[in-house]
Design a protein around this ligand. Structure first.
Ligand SMILES: [Zn+2]
Length: 231
């Protein structure tokens, strides 16, 4: 598997892995893009127009998102989609609140080029503003059919949904797909020391305090995913 190994810098988004443009502005590893395009064709035959909302993302992008949430410049929501006020919270409480929906920089599966967020363009009007909310993928939401289709077919193309149920870490994200043949390897390679090194060189305030909490965060938010056989 040497050819598909990523370096520590690639695993944490500091360097890009080999990528191709799967859709305009959406980048994935070549094998992942090929599997996605095969799945997209199968979905089209069932009346679903699969589109990528987000593919590969680098460390600095993830860091900007995370910093803005820590600083109160970007809203943080709880599982009921209510805005949470972080001011006055301990650093640990802030991290838990943010990590429900946003990975620590260096810890996003989007850094690997194997993971993507998808939606169905055919299910909504042209001017629809995509939110990537659980309600959109719920049985009465516009992407209910997509969600059922993914449960039935994504596995055939090598994809699974690591956040399809809530396990006490990351919130339910039915839109998030992961390419199992590569991503299962990268999750093993993203060790605690690899992640720690990425956090310590970050521009986050208090990187040492965050690094000290990493063992717990690592177990709860990174390793704690749904199994690789979608239901
Ligand atoms: Zn995602």
């Amino acid at each position: 598997m040497a050819l598909v190994d990523l370096t520590a810098r690639q695993l944490t988004g500091l360097d890009a892995p080999g990528l191709v443009e799967a859709e305009p502005g959406r980048f994935l590893q070549p094998a992942v893009a090929a599997a996605y395009q095969a799945m997209q064709q199968a979905a089209a035959a069932d009346g679903i127009t699969l589109r990528i909302a987000s593919g590969w993302r680098d460390f600095s992008r993830q860091q900007a998102i995370f910093k803005a949430k820590l600083n109160g410049e970007r809203p943080v929501y709880d599982a009921a989609q209510q805005a949470v006020t972080l001011a006055g919270m301990s650093l640990a409480a802030k991290l838990h609140a943010i990590m429900l929906y946003s990975a620590l920089p260096g810890a996003s599966r989007h850094h690997w080029g194997t993971d993507l967020d998808v939606w169905d363009q055919a299910a909504v009007p042209a001017d629809y503003v995509l939110q990537l909310s659980a309600a959109e993928y719920a049985p009465d939401g516009p992407f209910a059919r997509l969600s059922v289709w993914l449960s039935q077919h994504a596995g055939r193309f090598g994809f699974f949904r690591p956040y399809r149920s809530f396990r006490g870490g990351v919130a339910v994200e039915p839109w998030h797909l992961s390419y199992r043949p590569l991503a299962s390897l990268y999750l093993q390679q993203l060790s605690l020391p690899v992640l720690q090194a990425a956090i310590l060189q970050s521009e986050l305030a208090e990187p040492d305090e965050i690094a000290a909490m990493l063992p717990e965060l690592y177990q709860r938010y990174i390793c704690n995913i749904d199994g690789e056989n979608d239901d």
